[in-house]
Design a protein around this ligand. Sequence first.
Ligand code: ADP
Length: 426
Amino acid sequence: MVLRSQTIRLAIMVSTLIISAIIVFQLIWLRKVYNYEQKEFDHSIARAVRNFYDDMDSDVNPLAHLSDLITKKDNLTYFIRLNKPGDYDSLAYYLHSELEDENVFTDCFFGVFDATSKRYVFDTYLPSAASKHVPNVDLPESQEPYSHITLFFPHRQQYILSLMDFWLITSALLLVVLILFSGSLYYFYRQKFLNETQKDFINNFTHEFKTPVSVINLAAETLENPDMLNKPERLIKYAGIVKYQGKYLQDQIERLLHYAHAESNHLHLEKSEVHLHTVIEEALDNLQPLTSEKNAAIERHFEAVNDLMLSDRGYLLIVVTNLIENALKYARQPKVIISTKKENGSFLLSVKDNGIGIEQKHLNKIFKKFYRVVNGEQASGRGFGLGLAFVKRIINAHNGKIFVESIPGIGSNFIIKLPTGADRKR
Ligand code: ADP
């Protein structure tokens, strides 16, 4: 089965959704693990304190609720009620060993707050195996009305994250795998798209050149016939066909060279004062053979009284020619209405036709390089799918805009808006 780039694009969209869902679930999962570890830490402290009270043989009622004995001031600080003064060094020692028994392996500041003098009367640092030096921090202030031990864990967050090492590393690995996967999928799509574009271009190119060459060959064969010398009017007719097709081929080659040149170089505008209506007339003159061939009706509604503008004449001619040519190409019995008007310092040029029209879903894409609407009727108009892309580039370079309105089966209207002479420096 041959996969079209559109199928791959769909696959990319679905995979993007799945990948986003995986990432969201992974983040939710990480958050859950983090919350669990935080709770576990609190529980370990609670158990250690309960054992500590047992060790100290304190006068605290063994049935007293732990939450009455421990106050969590913030994420890093716990206050533990101290009803009976004792040897502070041994208090610290016992509490430290209880903490270690409960697998709390992070460093901690231990302080004894005396409610009568409202200050710390003792403090010490309880290191962990990972501690390298004593952190330069003070014990948190206390306003409590009772005496208490303060336990302050300066590295609690880091410690909890270190407990989550496994989850963080696997999440990072998963993310890397997902990024690589998306990257390769996108690369595959680009390659496929480029291949298809190249193939479409070669097809269009062959189609575009094959017909005139066959016509020229046929005409040449006819001209070779000695009888022709006796029929000068037929001779002139066939010579005319060869000339017409030759000119057509030459125009197409020049156009391709033009695109290729403009593509590989920055679009350099040489602006001068140009009469828009004169440029339209020149485009119509150039398209005279196609107009006659299609028996087209052209209507001019030139409302812009002063049609002088600052623009690159050559490029403007390409724009107008392309739009009118398409209007003629994509209609069976073309009726083309060309209108101009001036509005807020800009020219509005509209090229409206009664052709096959363009479906809504193609409207944005027709300005992309090589894009052609593929359907039965479309075969009536030949081309490379480059014209509108080039038109748009030229309009952008002039700080203008291009819009299209179209109803399939009824016709299309291409409208360009160009500043009359703003941006004079370029
Ligand atoms: P080309 O005409 O060489 O194919 P363009 O870039 O000029 O390339 O146009 C791109 C596509 O847009 C055309 O293939 C055609 O399908 C569609 N299109 C352009 N102009 C018209 C129009 N006036 N009416 C209907 N379809 C049009």
